[in-house]
Design a binder for this molecule. Structure first.
Ligand code: NDP
Length: 324
């Protein structure tokens, strides 16, 4: 009954859709290589804490497709009566099946992939369908035309883009608008360790009235206590299929995060909590999509929202640490 009492929801750009400040992504920890019971417990805990948005993609697993399949199982078992309370997204744009039609941005690939995603999740429609990355070799009109078709055919309620730079974003939004379809949201990589969206993208999205949901706000776990003492067993960097590689856990990063941890402590937060709310300090940041290997990570993230404010001094100190 208390599901919606504590979570804050922010509007996605100039649209009618509100998203929770923290969303849950199923890139890692929800594939067939992962324990289903933990995945299920994480999704259930997230929803009970007011996280209404779950972010997937065709290729999440491993093997690719299994995160959608497992999420479909959880939906059926636990959330079937709550479909209208959920925003479920998926994407296509990376390598998914062999041959020339299983990747990038053609209409052929995008629509076939969306149909496959719907089947795997057991859904009639997704709330949000993304083009996962720009395709330099397919006319933008074709890719955006496929997104427009996804909406018009009822397979998706909204569409978005990911990893498009500011200029590509502007053109994609123009083309979609010319078809009469809104670009709901952009999903860029953004964290204390990856600040590219600050150089043009956030301003462009604010100007265009497009929402923003940043991925990997914890830099895949680097901005947590996970790697304070090296690479522990069971962590993403320790797994052969993890996208975070051991050699990314450098001494330089470790020194920086230990200093950031001191700033977090002074705010009575963990480093992970401070890192999440730091991404949300922009008014145009609709949500931060986190990953979690256990329900406790989700609880920590939601608790972070108790302190969203940063003093100028804190922000300056963080900038100094990041620059040093
Ligand atoms: P994060 O940066 O939030 O990293 C998540 C990892 O951080 C967890 O798996 C866990 O690592 C660790 N972690 C989380 N909370 C805590 C905590 N409280 N204490 C200690 N460690 C913690 O995000 P992801 O990289 O997982 O990405 C999030 C989502 O973003 C994806 O699931 C996906 O939906 C989306 N995404 C989109 C992309 C795109 O191209 N559009 C690309 C990549 C991601 P551990 O597993 O080691 O416990």
């Amino acid at each position: 009954m208390s599901r919606y009492d504590r979570m804050t929801y922010r509007r996605s750009g100039a649209s009618g859709v509100m998203l929770p400040l923290v969303s849950l992504g199923l890139w890692h920890n929800f594939g067939d290589v992962d324990p289903f019971a933990t995945a299920r417990a994480s999704v259930r805990r997230a929803f009970d804490l007011g996280i209404t948005h779950f972010d997937l993609a065709n290729n999440y697993g491993p093997p690719p497709g299994t995160a959608e399949k497992n999420f479909g199982k959880i939906l059926k078992r636990d959330l079937a009566g709550h479909r209208d309370e959920l925003i479920i997204s998926t994407k296509a744009g990376w390598d998914m099946w062999p041959g020339p039609y299983g990747n990038w941005g053609s209409r052929k690939y995008l629509i076939a992939s969306l149909d496959q995603s719907l089947k795997r999740m057991g859904l009639e429609y997704v709330d949000l369908f993304y083009h996962h990355r720009p395709d330099p070799n397919t006319p933008l009109e074709e890719t955006m035309g496929a997104l427009d078709y996804a909406v018009r055919s009822g397979k998706a309620l909204y569409v978005g883009i990911s990893a498009y730079d500011p200029e590509e974003t502007r053109r994609a939004v123009e083309v979609l608008t010319s078809f009469g379809t809104r670009c709901l949201i952009h999903q860029p990589k953004y964290s204390m360790l990856v600040r590219d969206p600050e150089h043009g993208l956030l301003a462009t999205l604010a100007e265009l009235g497009v929402g923003c949901i940043c991925f990997s706000p914890l830099a895949q776990g680097l901005l947590t206590d996970r790697y304070f003492k090296g690479v522990p067993k069971g962590s993403r960097a320790s797994k052969p299929h993890g996208y975070l590689k051991k050699d990314q856990v450098t001494e330089e990063v470790r020194k920086k995060v230990l200093r950031l941890n001191e700033v977090a402590k002074a705010r009575s937060q963990t480093l992970a909590q401070m890192a999440i709310v730091w991404t949300l300090r922009h008014a145009c940041m609709t949500s931060a999509v986190i990953g979690a290997s256990k329900p406790k990570h989700i609880e920590d993230a939601v608790r972070a929202l108790d302190n969203l404010r940063f003093s100028d001094d804190e922000l300056k100190t963080i900038d100094r640490i990041l620059a040093g």
